[in-house]
Each structure stands twice: as C-alpha cells, then as structure tokens.
Design a protein around this ligand. Structure first.
Ligand code: ADP
Ligand code: MG
Length: 590
C-alpha cells in the first residue's frame, strides 16, 4: 500500500491542475496509525464531498474490554466514536479553503437518538469511520498544499484526538455512554414481562429547547419528571451510574391497556407523549430522556388529511360511506382507496396500517387527531342518526383493540372526558407533574354516564392483508433505471414519485429516510410477490438488516466502499413510506 509520503507527492504533482486530477488519489493510503481509503472523489468543488474511509486497528483504538461484547454495545460504541470524531472536527475546525466544499469534513454521527448506522462500523480487527471530505480548489484548480494540510496533517490529528489519545476521563465517558445505552435496552426488553409499554425515569428532562430543536430545555427552567406513587416501578439495570445513580432505575411504568393523559392546556401532556414517541429508540446520556424507554412497537397515530390510501381495511372505523352521484354500490371500506383522505379516514388508515406492520400499541394526541374520529358525544348522536354516520369513533374501539388484539393505547386527551369509562389508567399532568387520576376519573364517569348507544357496530374483524405489487415501484428517472433520493426527514422521491413523510412523526434522522428509500427498492426487487403480504416483506427487510447490515442497502454499493450515510429505520416507518406512495398498487387477492 502506498504511504502518506506518496500521497503528499501525488498532491504536489497535481497541484494547480484541473479538479478531475484529484482522481489520482483514489485508492488506499497507509498512515502511521490508520489507512485512508479514498473511495470516490467528488466531480467538482461544489458537488457533495469526496467519500473516504478511515480504518484503524482495534489494537490502536484500545476500547474498553467489553465495549463490543454484544450487538447493542457495538451500536453504542460506534455511536460514541462517530460523535467523538465529529466533536474533534468541530473543536479543531480546519479552515474552509478555496471554492465550494473545500475543507469540509463530515461524519454522519446523528442526533440524540442512538441508531444503528453506517457512519462507524467494526470489522474483526479494525474500526472504520466513513467520512466525507471536501477537496480544496481555487475555482476548479486543485490546491495541493491545502489538500495535504487537510489529509496529512489535520486528519491524523483529529483521529488521534478523537479515537486514540483518550485520557482517563474520556474513556470513562465512553464506558458510561455504552453502559447507558445497554441499560436502556435492558429496560426496553423487560417492559413486556412487567406488563408495561413505557417507562419514564424519575429525574428525566422531557421538554425541548424549542419546537425546532431536540436539545433539552435548560435545567433551571424545567421540572424534572417525578413518578406518582400509584405508577412507580423499579428496574434493575446491568450497569451502575449510567443514566441514573446506582443500578436501580425508578420511575413511572405505563401499563399495557388504555392509558389517558389528561390535564389543562399547557401542562405538559404533549411533551410527555413526544418523549414516549421518541423513546422507541435509545438516547444519549445528557439528552434528558436517557431513562425514558418505550415499547419498540408503539406507533404514533395522527390525522393526515390529503394523504393517499391504497386498499386499506378501515371498515372497523369507517363504513357505510354515502353514495356519490353515479355510484350504485357503497364503497368497500375493507379495501379503501383515495387520493385525498379526510382527517378521519387518514387516521383510520394510519391505525390499520400500523396493525398490519405489527404495532404493539398506539400513541395519540388530541392536538393532531380528528375530533370526529375520536369521539361522538350525546348531543351529536341526537342530531345525526347513527345510520348517517360512517365513523365508529376510536373511543368505541379502543377497548376492543386491547382486549381482542392486544393493542395498547396511550392517549392525550384534555378536551373530553368521554374516554374515562374505557381507560385502565388516567394520568393527570398538572403543572408538569404527573398525578394518578384513575379513581377520580372513574368516579366522575359513574356520576355522568354516557347515554347508552343505539348504534351497536359489528365487532372488529381481523384486518385484511395487502400484497404490494412490485410493478408499481417504478424507480426510473430520466435516463436512469434506478434513482431515488430524499430530502431531510420529510420527503422521498422514488423514481419520479414524491412521497410526503411529514406526517410520519417517528422518523428521527435524515439517514433513516435515505435508508427507507433504498429499502423500498430492495423490497420491490427482492421481497415482493403474490405470496408476500406487507408484514412478511417487512420481516424480510429486518432480516436483511440483521444479516447483511446496512452497508449493503444501496443497490450500487460495492463491498469495501463507502456505503453512503444510512441509519436503520423501524419497520413501521418503512411501511409508512410505502403506504404514502401515490403510485402504489396491490396484487389481487387470490
Ligand atoms: P399540553 O400538551 O398539556 O398543552 P405541552 O406539552 O405542549 O402542553 O407543554 C407546554 C409547554 O410547557 C411547552 O412549551 C413545553 O416545552 C413546556 N414544558 C413541558 N414540560 C415541561 C417541564 N417538565 N418543565 C418545564 N416546561 C415544560
Ligand atoms: Mg398538547
């Protein structure tokens, strides 16, 4: 392998030449402590930065003995290393040089969620950072000296600082980070046997700095979470002082079943629910939510009017739609399609699709729900005959969903008491403090009974499966046979079909969105077919992630190359993207 000296000589040689000559540095270069693999040089100074990998022997990085002991710890260790790399770049920022992206060094370390990602991975004997580096130019002419400063001086310094020359304190931080993530996963896995769907640790900081930030609100302006006696539980975690003092995590256990979060406006209900939404994955120490853990199968359900729905079984919530001019038969809501859903039909479809994808429960907030989907009060029942109301409100199904299908619900509802009768537990948020209100709500429900209903709807039947038609996933764009792209969290363009993900609230990272686009292509080309219901396709994708890893997701990926910046999505968000694709077609049921 050529050495750092050869790289310097090459950069000297191409100094001042056209940008394309940077191609000459593609390939592997051996440095004292690491190998630098230049996989793809950007085409010009303004294009996305060049893709490189920095590979270091595990012996040199010298991680704590048990850092890589299991899958969770490996993901956590990779996450810490990616963050350390990013922090070192930020602390010792190289001067941006020349035109375009020159001098930029990026590693896709992510936000407060700890996700499996491609940014840092472990091999048998090495650990590798996948980075993007902007090669410097003046106009379109190569700045060879600047490139040397960047690759030969700066990069080794960053790496030494981030990964190699760790002092005691930094090593302790690394260990605590990994331990804290493993503690969270231990609690997550223990939830089910304790009949819980979520846990919020005492002392957790739930509110965020702003609606546009995932950083915690400063401590002096925050009321830390405190569990009410009636809901207090304890978990013993494997590692002391990682997330909470000692080895006992104490906090509020949210039981399976139907749980209401009530309280006055602005008292902290939605903040609590949002923390639970995001606690389906682990959080970094210092985030404030590192002791908040929820069941990984919880899915946020909201109204999303305007979305497309393709052949979804929503009959349990919506049936007997009015006839439209020219229609002789009512539309079958066991196979409901529309290109422009209403608030209630979209919310019904979101529930059915979550069930189809294997959800264990739902998270709903009155702020983002359609009122007519949630409740139907006595007076409106008196005015509008049940025969003329296609909607069976969620209130009338929520117990059935739990008792017949095992699906729990956590529901924020400050505006109506109609759910009191159907709740197993009621938590009141009062000035950001959680209080047990179960007994009071029950007593009130007895005092003001809901007038009995004449409109007994048929029981919920199992929801019908759907088989996506791989032919409806057209990845062609212009002259290219396969092209998909994404923008931030919110949009995928698959071929030429835009997919709007703004209503999908449990996507945490743009790299997950990218991975979803690639997953759709993989699924359409490998896993879809006449005998493949969507749930099975999602199983196959998860197996692919487990066995092949995320590196292999990009259809153009070649082994031992920078795989692009990807983070693992949940099956629910992959399904959500497929379900929102307006060109989706289903195979006929045999
Ligand atoms: P609700 O849904 O009950 O109307 P929110 O959850 O939207 O209330 O919270 C209202 C405001 O209070 C938000 O700005 C939020 O950041 C803040 N907040 C929530 N929880 C706390 C807390 N524990 N300490 C301080 N501020 C909080
Ligand atoms: Mg709210």
């Amino acid at each position: 392998m050529r050495g750092a000296g050869d790289l310097a000589a090459t950069l000297d040689r191409i100094d001042g030449r056209g940008y394309k000559a940077y191609r000459d540095i593609e390939g592997a270069w051996s440095f004292t402590d690491f190998d630098l693999h230049v996989d793809r040089v950007q085409s010009d100074p303004f294009a996305s930065p060049s893709k490189m990998r920095v590979r270091v022997d595990l012996g040199i990085v010298d991680l704590p003995g048990d850092a890589l002991a299991n899958r969770i710890r490996r993901i956590a260790a990779a996450s810490w290393l990616a963050r350390a790399f990013r922090n070192a770049v930020e602390a010792d920022r190289p001067p941006r040089s020349g035109t375009g992206k020159g001098g930029l060094i990026l590693v896709d370390a992510g936000g407060p969620e700890v996700l499996e990602r491609t940014a840092v991975v472990f091999g048998e004997t090495f650990v590798e950072a996948r980075v993007e580096i902007g090669l410097p130019a003046a106009g379109r002419r190569i700045l060879g000296q600047k490139a040397q400063a960047l690759l030969i001086d700066f990069l080794p310094r960053i790496l030494a600082r981030a990964w190699i020359d760790r002092d005691e304190e930094t090593s302790a931080d690394l260990r605590r980070f990994i331990d804290c993530i493993e503690n969270q996963e231990t609690v997550r896995r223990a939830l089910r046997e304790r009949d819980l769907i979520a846990f919020i640790g005492d002392g957790a900081i739930l509110p965020r700095e702003s609606g546009a930030s995932e950083r915690p609100l400063p401590a002096d302006r925050t009321r830390p979470f405190e569990s009410p006696d009636a809901f207090r539980v304890e978990f013993e975690v494997p590692h002391a002082d990682a997330g909470a003092p000692g080895r006992i995590w104490r906090g509020m256990g949210i039981p399976r079943g139907v749980v209401l979060l009530v309280g006055g406006g602005y008292h902290g209900k939605s903040t609590l629910l949002r923390a639970l939404e995001r606690a389906v994955v682990a959080h970094i120490p210092g985030d404030g939510r590192e002791t908040v853990v929820s069941d990984p199968g919880l899915v946020k359900i909201r109204a999303e009017d305007g979305r497309a729905i393709t052949g979804v079984d929503i009959h349990g919530f919506i049936d007997h739609l009015p006839l439209r001019p020219g229609e002789s038969r009512r539309r079958d809501t066991r196979r409901f399609s529309t290109s422009d859903a209403s608030g209630s039909t979209s919310q019904a479809a979101n529930i059915s699709e979550a069930i189809e994808a294997g959800a264990t429960g739902f998270l709903l907030d009155e702020d983002t729900s359609a009122t007519n989907f949630m409740v139907r009060d006595t007076r409106i029942k008196a005015l509008i005959h049940p025969r003329d109301e296609p909607i069976t409100p969620f209130r009338d199904r929520v117990r059935e969903l739990f008792e017949e299908f095992g699906l729990s619900t956590i529901l924020v509802m400050g505006g109506t008491g109609d759910f009191f009768d159907v709740a197993d537990a009621v938590v009141e948020m009062k000035a950001y403090r959680a209080i047990d209100a179960t007994e009071r709500a029950r007593e009130i429900a007895g005092r003001y009974p809901i007038v009995s209903e004449h409109d007994r709807r048929p029981a919920l039947a199992p929801f019908l499966d759907r088989r996506p038609d791989p032919g409806s996933f057209d990845a062609r764009r212009g002259r290219r046979d396969v092209k998909f792209s994404s923008r931030d969290l919110e949009e995928i363009v698959y071929g030429t079909t835009p997919i709007d993900l703004r209503g999908v609230e449990q996507l945490f990272d743009p790299s997950q969105t990218r991975a979803i686009a690639a997953s759709m292509y993989l699924a359409a080309t490998r896993f879809m077919g006449p005998d493949r219901p969507l749930s099975r396709i999602l199983d196959e994708l998860e197996r692919f992630f487990d066995e092949e890893g995320l590196d292999a997701l990009d259809p153009f990926h070649r082994p031992d190359r920078h795989p692009g910046n990807l983070a693992r999505p949940r099956r629910f968000e992959i399904a959500a993207a497929i379900n929102r694709m307006r060109t989706l077609r289903l195979l006929e049921t045999p």
